[in-house]
Write a protein that binds this ligand. Sequence first.
Ligand code: DX5
Ligand code: ZN
Length: 227
Amino acid sequence: MSVQISPSLLSADFARLADEAAAVSAAADWLHVDVMDNHFVPNLTLGLPVVESLLKHASIPVDCHLMIEDPDRWAPGYAEAGAGSVTVHAEAVKAPVRTLRTIRAAGARAGLAVNPGTPVEPYEDLLPEIDMLLLMTVEPGFGGQRFLDVVLPKLRRARAMVAAHDGEVWLQVDGGVSEETIERCAEAGADVFVAGSAVYGASDPAEAVRALRAQAEQATARAPWSR
Ligand code: DX5
Ligand code: ZN
């Protein structure tokens, strides 16, 4: 169980995606890509053609977070294109078992995301079908929002749920994760940390990733769940 950092390109310069990816590649574990369709969330970002181009330039695996309607239709394409991880939202997916299996069959890790107001307990039976559970710590749609502490009790419950399960499921947090909040997330049970503005808003993004990792590792070491 080790800390992983996934910088969100949503806070990067979209006209220089390859350079922005390269800026964190020596320090980060993943490149988090936020796909938004202006329907599931009130914002529009990028889609498969841009991800396909990014994949040609990325030297670390790409973590696709699909904030879109009908992920059953679109998610497999991201896995087939070579994304290392593809996450669909529980609120949008209609055939989760089929879609998660299709993602895995295409060679990617399968993730399931829940919004701040969505409980995790109804998805316990899906744990064998997923490699990562993403707990949104802001309402999805925009970078730079304030971290929602209200999600922390759910994060503790999710950690207990995952610990009681045989396989290994990573617990990702996304939204408002920064030097102010990352320790709370690690202590509550997260092991994969998405950070957008905290990384790309820093003068040295790679150094910001390293600093966040150090904080998360220290907080994990003292966390009750990691003993
Ligand atoms: C929000 C996105 C996040 C976003 C996080 O809906 O899913 O990945 O980029 O940005 P920060 O870290 O600035 O909250
Ligand atoms: Zn995201």
